[in-house]
Design a protein around this ligand. Sequence first.
Ligand code: SF4
Length: 242
Amino acid sequence: MQNIKGKIHSIQSLGTVDGPGVRFVAFLAGCPLRCSCCHNPDTWSAENADAYTAGELVSKAEAFKSYFGKRGGITLSGGEPLCQPEFVEAVFALCKERGINTCLDTSGCFLDSKVKNALEFCDRVLLDIKYTRSDLYRRHVGMELSQAVEFLDYLNEQKIPVTVRQVIVPGINDYEENFEALSDIIKAHDCVDSVELLPFRKICQTKYDEMGIEFPFGGIDEANSLTVRETERRLKENIWKR
Ligand code: SF4
């Protein structure tokens, strides 16, 4: 298992926004989706990515263990990390052996037996519910809303703690019915214990320019952080009555 190889786009030694506490974040290369709001189009292809064995990656993460504290650990993000489910399983299994908390940042687009094996060693999932309408999922993600919900159903069955995340894009999903529908999805799944609304940003425009491709949401204004934070507060209040 130590020797299973994965393709890594990049590594952030100590991050604080991809899961609880301080975390070692590895961005795995490759993604089958094409989200219109994607901030990391440079992770879509695994062609020129570095190859690491699971053992190498976990040893690298372990060097930062003293910074993790009680809540931190490793996060596998992407791209879509579940494009490489055996590697995710190998990394997470090794982490569990070495007492490192594991977190997976995913779109929930895959749910086969290999993914289920990987989830056995996962302490938390950061699940993007990108929209609450099927047509928006098809047009702006390239998958079905039902796939993300089925993924969440499975996490609920397995009692794996989940943080639901959604990027708020002005004029696309910043409307009340979306927040009500998101609230309903979360309330129907006890495994979800937190929700994060993230303001749409365009700092990734330069990546699209360098790649010579169009940023589909390039013409949309960035979201107002204060408004998004207030919406997140109201959403949490509605879901957990606090
Ligand atoms: S799933 Fe993530 S990496 Fe893939 S296209 Fe969507 S936002 Fe980009």
